[in-house]
Design a protein around this ligand. Structure first.
Ligand code: KIV
Ligand code: NA
Length: 266
């Protein structure tokens, strides 16, 4: 087996094939997704909320995502592993972005990196692409800007905002990004962008017409505590299953039902 590459991703759009992406933050979960044939795994800074216990993605550090990225690379054989550049690790400019991205490629073994922004992070995208680092762009609701957005509202609503997003998407493509995440964008706008770009769009809360779809794995598998956004579809009740298993284990230990003879050595 060989890993999925950005060339495979480009070919999928040519063939009109839709594909799935999931986040992953550890080796074991990543290996399950690899077995399921998920071609692209994102070590997202959603790890802040979903793995590390932060309230937003803002506090996530390069060191933290390097550790998680290394684990996901070690746990997989086939998937293309894409790592998010954390907030503050590329905003200063192309030199900082290149320094950070290089660490993910060399130390973690990531196959590509993702950063937020279109026009505003164009110099960063260009610098990485010119250095031979595949870049996935991310537009629409970009969670690292949560404090500027004042929450997580749908983006690109209205003529002017839609035009700005379309321009950003085209800018990301011409800077050399190999794919583009569209988060919380009206379905009609995402469809329009998807049609106008040669690179694939990866939607999350962006309707059915994107070339690919991504979900945060803990949302997808029902591991997240409490409410999830409306665009999420839950494919399992992992949290329920784990709580049930832990409760049963606790009862067995308290009641003496575990361990028994079959679990014991003499
Ligand atoms: O961090 C993340 O999980 C992401 C995806 C939602 C695209 O950026
Ligand atoms: Na992210």
């Amino acid at each position: 087996t060989r890993r999925v590459t950005v060339r495979d991703i480009a070919a999928a759009k040519q063939r009109g094939e839709k594909w799935p992406m999931l986040t992953a933050y550890d080796a074991l979960t990543a290996s399950a997704f690899d077995d399921a044939g998920i071609p692209v795994l994102l070590v997202g800074d959603s790890a802040g909320n979903c793995h590390l216990g932060y309230d937003t993605t803002v506090p996530v550090t390069v060191e933290e995502l390097l550790v998680l990225s290394s684990a996901v690379v070690r746990g997989t054989r086939r998937a293309l592993v894409v790592s998010d550049l954390p907030f503050g690790s590329y905003q200063e400019g192309p030199v900082q972005a290149l320094r950070t991205a290089t660490r993910f490629m060399k130390e973690a073994g990531s196959g590509a990196i993702k950063l937020e922004g279109g026009e505003r992070t164009l110099p960063q995208t260009s610098a990485l692409v010119q250095a031979g680092i595949p870049v996935m762009a991310h537009l629409g609701l970009t969670p690292q800007s949560v404090h500027a957005f004042g929450g997580y509202p749908v983006q690109g609503r209205g003529e002017e905002a839609a035009q700005r997003l379309l321009n950003d998407a085209k800018a990301a493509e011409s800077a050399g990004a190999f794919a583009l995440v569209l988060e919380l964008v009206p379905a009609e706008l995402a469809a329009q962008i998807t049609e106008q770009l040669r690179i694939p769009t990866i939607g999350i809360g962006a309707g059915p017409d994107c070339d690919a779809q991504v979900l945060v794995w803990t949302d997808m598998a029902g591991m997240t505590a409490g409410r999830t956004p409306r665009f999420v579809k839950r494919y399992a009740d992992m949290r329920g299953a784990l709580t049930e298993a832990a409760t049963a284990f606790a009862q067995d230990v308290a009641g003496g039902a575990y361990p028994t003879e079959e679990h014991s050595f003499h």
